[in-house]
Design a protein around this ligand. Structure first.
Ligand code: MRU
Length: 366
């Protein structure tokens, strides 16, 4: 029987004080545990260690983290609280470099703080919390709309391949790539999902398969290295993935391994779709070559599920562990957003769609 899923991340009033409450995704699928972060440093640690992860969910957590910083600060003037916001934004911005939603959300919080200098401290705290909660609610709504647009691209009986986790766990709920898949399932399209396990941290096997099982959506976990041969065998009708950052020309940064899938999909004429909210657009960057790619620790590659007693590499092996790669726009059939589907040429199509919504491509970031 399916476990009711709590929000990926939310604000909580606990006996010990206000907290940012999140599902600790490092413990899934074994245990569904909620972690309450009572201080900003715990929110930063949760983002860095991937307790909360996925571009939109990182943005939501960062916004709530800023609110937590002002609620836990003893400052009794609004000018001091503005300094607290600036310092919190700086700390949060240093957690992970690739997902632009983090910087987008921080910019929204900073701008609101700068516009609220006239408010007394308690009202200032309140408006910042409302803004953070608004970012969370809005993300859920946008994911549902992505699902509604994307479902039109999914044929009845389709075998869909996805990589990493772009589901409810990676957003405020519902998901982007999994939002499209959920919507197709809800419309009884009789779909089946191939789930890439997604080495090294197994977001596909641990999180996507768990989410799909909760929903009763038929799925099969595969090793990442099995994807191309499944396409060769005609077993994949389309690929749907999420995104961490989309540049002005339509290049897409997403979980490492996404590019290899896009190359294989092009070879086998399988449509490759990206699903993402407009908050993932970064029009300040001309192309994907400018996207900062996070490098993570060698331990993630050398030990399975953190089992340090049981290394899978010789001790001291040199390891290269980029968390993301960039798929060039030319390999992408369409980008599904909450305001519609961008098609080739993606640069013009994305610019047109984003002009319909003020949240698009708004921030410059590291
Ligand atoms: O390192 P992660 O787990 O944060 O990477 C997540 C991804 O690459 C997702 O595909 C992306 O953030 C989109 S989530 C809707």
């Amino acid at each position: 029987m399916a476990t009711a899923m709590p929000p990926t991340v939310c604000w909580a009033q606990t006996r010990a004080g206000p907290a940012v409450r999140l599902i600790d995704q490092t413990l899934l699928p074994g245990e569904l545990v909620l972690k309450d972060c009572y201080v900003l440093e715990e929110v930063c640690e949760a983002i860095k260690s991937l307790r909360v992860r996925g571009a939109p969910a990182i943005g939501c957590s960062a916004a709530l983290g800023v609110a937590l910083a002002v609620y836990t600060s003893g400052a009794d003037s609004t000018s001091e609280l503005i300094s607290v916001v600036e310092a919190a934004a700086e700390q949060l911005a240093a957690t992970r470099p690739t997902a632009v939603n983090l910087f987008w959300a921080l910019e929204r919080m900073r701008q609101l703080a700068q516009q609220s200098t006239d408010l007394p401290p308690e009202d200032f705290r309140q408006v910042l919390l409302e803004e953070a909660q608004g970012i969370v609610d809005d993300d859920l709504d946008r994911c549902r709309r992505i699902g509604q647009h994307g479902v039109e691209l999914i044929a009845k009986g389709a075998n869909i391949l996805t990589h990493c986790n772009a589901g409810a766990l990676a957003t405020a709920g519902y998901g982007t790539a999994l939002g499209v898949i959920r919507a197709a399932h809800q419309q009884s399209k009789d779909i089946h999902v191939w789930v890439d396990e997604t080495r090294p941290l197994l977001q596909g096997a641990r999180l996507t398969a768990w989410e799909l099982e909760q929903e009763g959506i038929p799925c099969t976990v595969i090793c990442d290295s099995a994807a191309a041969s499944l396409m060769q065998a005609g077993q994949v009708d389309c690929v749907v993935v999420g995104a961490d950052r989309i540049t002005a020309n339509g290049d897409v940064a997403n979980k490492i391994g996404t590019y290899a899938i896009a190359v294989a999909a092009a070879r086998h004429e399988v449509p490759f779709y990206v699903a993402a909210p407009l908050s993932t657009l970064d029009f300040s960057l001309a192309s994907g070559q400018e996207i900062p790619i996070e490098q993570r620790s060698s331990e993630e590659v050398c030990y399975l599920a953190g089992r340090v007693a049981d290394p899978i590499c010789p001790e001291g092996a040199d390891v290269y562990n980029p968390a993301f790669d960039v798929t060039p726009a030319e390999l992408i059939a369409a980008i599904i957003t909450e305001v519609g589907v961008a098609r080739q040429p993606l640069a013009a199509s994305l610019a047109g769609l984003s002009s319909e919504d003020s949240s698009a491509g708004c921030c410059s970031s590291s």
